[in-house]
Design a protein around this ligand. Structure first.
Ligand code: MN3
Length: 200
């Protein structure tokens, strides 16, 4: 059964007032993400990977250099769906309640979390991703190159930011730090983080 591109969780223009234009989603969701899904389906057609879950395709191809093309397209399919859900209009700022306590425990304070996440996102050289993950019960910030993700590395993803240049060039040109700052202040979906923490 073919893998499907999950719908965007908001309208293409829903983040216009929050630092991301509809044009960004027309390209990033409508062309980049869509192409990963199409290439993934072409690559797994007629193979044993065809009937696996997307997560299992990612795990089973990660360490197999002969399947790096499949891994890249499977992981990018998964990463982008996870990224869209990490965004919400009017999000960002400090979390509240239980999550605030967990962030304080893990990082010392919200400001320290923000600093660590910004630093990971800004210093990922070239294309990649910044993540908040649950690593065996401990919240951690990490960065990954290209398509690599926590699913492949055996960690539970809670939040991500795409720092490939295509993610920010329309809105911020080459200014990745401004894109990161806007994500943290205006878009970060803490409800998604909470839901991921609560999931098995
Ligand atoms: Mn992308």
């Amino acid at each position: 059964m073919p893998f499907e591109q999950q719908p965007l969780p908001f309208a293409m223009d829903a983040l216009e007032a929050h630092g991301m234009k509809a044009e960004t989603f027309e390209y990033h969701y409508g062309k980049h993400h869509k192409a990963y899904v199409t290439k993934l389906n072409d690559a797994v057609k007629g193979t044993e990977l065809d009937s696996m879950s997307l997560e299992d395709v990612i795990k089973s191809t990660y360490s197999d250099s002969a399947k790096s093309g499949i891994f890249n397209n499977a992981a990018q399919t998964w990463n982008h769906t996870f990224f869209w859900n990490s965004l919400t209009p009017g999000g960002g700022g400090a979390p509240t309640g239980d999550l605030a306590a967990k962030i304080d425990t893990a990082f010392g304070s919200y400001d320290k979390f923000k600093e660590e996440f910004s630093n990971a996102a800004a210093t990922q050289f070239g294309s990649g991703w910044a993540w908040l993950v649950d690593d065996n019960g401990t919240l951690k910030v990490m960065k990954t190159p290209n398509a690599e993700n926590p699913v492949a590395l055996g960690k539970k993803a809670l939040l991500t930011l795409d720092v490939w240049e295509h993610a920010y060039y329309i809105d911020y040109r080459n200014a990745r730090p401004a894109f990161i700052q806007n994500f943290l202040d205006n878009l970060l979906n803490w409800d998604f983080v909470s839901a991921n923490l609560a999931s098995a």
